[in-house]
Design a protein around this ligand. Structure first.
Ligand SMILES: Cc1ncc(COP(=O)(O)O)c(C=O)c1O
Length: 446
């Protein structure tokens, strides 16, 4: 991926900035670039909309999940074959090859993969696990069943990912593991976090439910931690409607995680496996992935890299221009990180630099026909269950504030991902932003 500078959303020297339309919006110099945008009244004030692309076509280009003939054919074939369960080892083999994981196990969803992972940890009750508060509930709650307690860590507002400096401040003698989450497809800094974890004797875990296909230094996310999970739920980058996968670096973790919710697995394990005696029962759960979902996942995996590349190309066409507008930036990415895009194209907003509020921005952009939205990702530490000691081995500490979470939630925009060829639509969306920015003075009073 082209490593555009994300410095304050501009990434340009003053000289470069004056040479672009950015100079006009910032009022630094007169220039021709945004003359038309400035002349056109804002749609929110009754002017013409910048996005005139037919709404039905926008919906078709941004629709998710995207299943087609291949999935339908596979499902029909599977039903006719009557050999449903063969799908699961085939998906596992393919996922193993794709990610380079030595051991994997398909689970019925990401949450059951998480539960199995916490069981596999086999830590004494009262052990603590560092997790971002900016995550999905099961990443923090599933550990409860094994007496583990979350220590909530903030996110870095420039990446929306695990903030190592905050983790360092919050380390306690009870912490035994660190679980990171690759928010919206952005890899966490796995090298730095991993090094710190090793130095402190902590087990690194990864939640890559947002990041199918992302990598760092050429190594797929999900293979840096001792264990990792992902989800194939309908909204995810590789959807199968429901489904999940665990990835394990050691045979011990794999066997224990698989035995938890897969009663038939232990009999296939070597004689010396500590969980082999639990063949026929496992440990009380049944977490098998539905074979129909596995069939869909296998088809989706075939097209995953191509889809990620198409999405990235469209994001670049949009963001290379949008990030030249003052106050708009992408999450910061290192050159050795390869991200993917989950859910949306997230932009970070600095209202001071833009000169107007995010609310005004969204109102004006929506009026221009841009499908922009914002969504506060749940902050786990604020939810009721963590404040009640009765559910936990010991009460989780509830941080007074999480400035990183707050900044990202209050300061982002989500734009729909475009999955097809649509230069015209992308051009119109860019024009809409440039038009709104060209009316910065008016925007301040919107
Ligand atoms: C970060 C994260 N982890 C775990 C999960 C759990 O996955 P599932 O919905 O398949 O249980 C999700 C699901 O949304 C998620 O977003």
């Amino acid at each position: 991926m082209k490593n555009v500078s994300r410095d304050g959303g501009s990434g340009l020297t003053r000289r470069g900035f004056i040479g672009t339309g950015g100079a006009v919006v910032a009022g630094l110099a007169a220039g021709p670039s945004f003359a038309q945008e400035k002349a056109d009244a804002l749609a929110v004030k009754g002017g013409p909309k910048a996005v005139t692309f037919p709404p039905a076509q926008v919906s078709a280009l941004t629709r998710w999940p995207r299943f087609g003939e291949a999935e339908k054919k596979r499902l029909h074939e599977l039903i006719d074959s009557n050999k449903f369960y063969h799908e699961l080892p085939m998906l596992e083999d393919e996922w193993k090859r794709y990610t380079g994981s030595p051991f994997v196990k398909a689970h019925m969803n990401g949450s059951s993969a998480l539960t199995s992972m916490y069981f596999a940890l086999d830590l004494p009750p009262g052990s603590e696990v560092m997790v971002p508060s900016y995550t999905f509930f099961s990443a923090c709650l599933a550990m409860r069943f094994f007496g583990l307690v979350p220590v909530f860590v903030d996110i870095d507002p420039k990446t929306a990912c695990f903030d190592l400096e905050d983790a360092k401040r919050k380390l306690t003698p009870q912490v035994r593991a660190v679980e990171v989450m690759h928010s919206w497809g952005m890899p966490c800094e796995l090298d730095r976090i991993g090094e710190w974890a090793r130095e402190k004797g902590l087990i690194l875990l990864e939640d890559m439910a947002h990041a199918h296909g992302a990598s760092m230094q050429g190594r797929k996310v999900g293979t840096w931690g001792a264990m990792a999970i992902t989800s194939f739920q309908a909204s995810k980058v590789m959807p199968a409607v429901e489904g999940g996968m665990g990835m394990y670096q050691t045979r011990e973790y794999y066997e224990r995680a698989a035995a938890f919710g897969h009663y038939e697995d232990p009999e296939r394990f070597p004689d010396d496996s500590p969980v082999r005696p639990y063949a026929g029962t496992g440990f009380g759960q049944k977490y098998r992935m539905h074979p129909f979902a596995a069939a869909v996942a296998r088809e989706q995996l075939k097209g995953l890299d191509e889809l990620n590349a198409r999405v990235e190309k469209n994001v670049r066409a949009m963001n290379d221009r949008l990030t030249q507008l003052p106050g708009l930036a992408e999450p910061r990415l290192r050159p050795d990180q390869k991200r993917v895009y989950y859910h949306a194209n997230m932009l970070l907003v600095d209202s001071k630099k833009a000169g107007f509020s995010r609310g005004a921005m969204m109102k004006a952009l929506k009026a221009e026909g841009v499908r922009v939205h914002a969504w506060d990702y749940p902050e786990q530490h604020k939810l009721k269950i963590y404040s009640e000691a009765k559910w936990w081995h010991h009460a989780p500490r509830i941080p007074e504030s999480m400035p990183g979470n707050a900044e990202v939630n209050a300061g982002h925009l989500f734009l729909p991902l475009v999955y097809g060829e649509a230069p015209e639509l992308i051009g119109q969306v860019v024009k809409a932003f440039e038009k709104v920015w060209a009316h910065r003075e008016e925007m301040a009073s919107l």
